[in-house]
Design a protein around this ligand. Structure first.
Ligand code: UD1
Length: 418
């Protein structure tokens, strides 16, 4: 089992290139099923979740080849339409294969994802929307057996702008007769990226990235070549690390436009941030100040996926920062671990009140989830003394060799095997 050994107290300096977005690669890999042909996807980071998506594609019969950061997926030989329970458990967002399997085969079988470390993970919005498009869904002891005789496009109003539900509906709607309008769609940049990919397969989609998306069913049989957009959450993580540790770093291969909320919070905290077309520079030389209330919201609000990392920085800021988590029920599991490092945090329901301390101290801690793990690494790098961060397999789900990126910025961090 891997763990990180971190000696804290070093400022971060230098440049680091941000990789392709995990949350874009996953739906795009699922969408490769649609064209029953070759797809070339660039900027696919070698992450544990991407590995799980590849396993699903191979299980379905696709041929997948990796060369560096490029994945070639030939979906012509795909001949299955089920995701087995163990693969569903490996990665809960595997439910994103539902829409493409229905579009390609007219049927699909997946397991209900159940709970996860962030709390319950319902898929009711996905299922309601798909059944409105004409998919018959039966729950057979946890297995969702889906069959579509004739799918017809129509208006789908989402009660909440769920990222996964928006993607599943977009994907299924490519095979519907007529036009589907998704109203109150999620507006995350990854949705617009999925739309760009779909357009290359020949699909007729518009509005991706806005709250109303229109998909007209038709052929999706063209060879597609696509470069995945940069990971805004990985970028946000490094920005929070520089804020917590001090120093000056430049992020390359970023999309500054997607970092609006995190940049505005860190600027409030006293960081100097500047950007050009595809890079962002952050410098923190003076004290880090507490921030006004941080409330996680769907995009373009503050992302829930960056809440834990910003909290790690707030732990060493001057003053009190209040965090309000509105997206997931159980997203403060990193708090007891931060407290082990000397943080002053009180949680009440979905609110965490963080009193900044002068310094954190090294400790032995455990990653509880992907972004919570990223927060612990930030805290350990900002702390005085040595820390051991266990269960880094959570971190490997979403960051490729995070320790190498930080080491290149001057941090003392090593991956070790227990
Ligand atoms: C995606 C991201 C994840 C991010 C999240 C919110 C991917 C692969 N994952 O997850 O990193 O944290 O968006 O930005 O892109 N909900 C329901 N019923 C549903 C679906 C969702 O009640 O059918 C609820 C969820 O329980 C949660 C909220 O809606 O409370 C947001 O979920 P959603 O936007 O669907 O997140 P994911 O697509 O799972």
């Amino acid at each position: 089992m891997s763990f990180f050994a971190v000696k804290g107290g070093r400022r971060l300096t230098g440049e680091v290139a941000v990789r392709g977005a995990k949350n874009s690669v996953l739906p795009i890999l699922a969408a490769t099923l649609l064209n029953a042909g070759e797809n070339v996807i660039h900027n696919c980071t070698d992450l544990r979740d991407v590995g799980s998506a590849i396993k699903i594609l191979e299980h379905l019969g696709c041929r997948v080849k990796r060369e560096g950061d490029t994945l070639t997926v030939d979906s012509a030989p795909a001949n299955r339409f089920d995701v087995p329970e163990d693969l569903m458990r490996e990665m809960r967002s595997s439910v994103i294969f539902l829409g493409p399997m229905i579009a390609r085969f007219g049927k699909a079988r997946v397991f209900a994802p159940g709970g996860c470390e962030l709390g319950p993970r319902p898929i009711d919005l996905h299922l309601d929307a798909l059944s409105k498009l004409g998919v018959r869904i039966e729950n057979r002891g946890g297995e969702m057996v889906c069959e579509a005789r004739e799918m017809r496009g129509r208006d789908i109003v989402l009660r909440f702008p769920s990222v996964g539900a928006t993607e599943n509906v977009m994907l299924a709607a490519t095979a519907c007769k007529g036009t589907t309008r998704i109203i109150n769609a999620a507006r995350e940049p990854e949705i617009a990226d999925l739309q760009s990919f779909l357009l290359k397969t020949g699909a007729s989609v518009c509005g991706g990235g806005k709250s109303e998306i229109t998909v007209t069913g038709g052929r999706t049989d063209k060879r597609a070549e696509h470069t995945v957009l940069p990971d805004r959450i990985e970028a946000a993580t490094y920005l929070c690390a520089a804020a917590a540790c001090g120093g000056k770093i430049r992020l390359l291969n970023t999309e500054p436009e997607h970092l609006g909320m995190i940049v505005s919070e860190l600027s409030e905290a006293g960081c100097e941030i500047s950007s050009d077309k595809d890079s962002v520079t952050v410098e923190r030389s003076g004290v880090l100040r507490a921030m006004p209330r941080i409330s996680t919201m769907p995009y373009p609000g503050f992302p829930t996926d960056a809440q834990a990392q910003l909290m790690a920085a707030a732990c060493v800021a001057q003053g009190t920062t209040v965090f309000c988590e509105n997206i997931f029920e159980n997203r403060f599991r990193h708090v007891p671990e931060l407290i082990r490092m000397g943080a002053d945090i009180r949680v009440s329901g979905n609110t965490a009140i963080v009193g900044g301390v002068k310094s954190l101290h090294g400790a032995s801690v455990k990653c509880t989830d992907l972004r919570g793990g990223a927060a612990l690494v930030i805290a350990a790098m900002a702390a005085e003394g040595e820390s051991v961060i266990n269960d880094v397999y959570h971190i490997d789900r979403g960051y490729e060799h995070m320790e190498k990126a930080y080491a290149s910025l001057g941090a003392m961090i090593e991956r070790k095997e227990a």
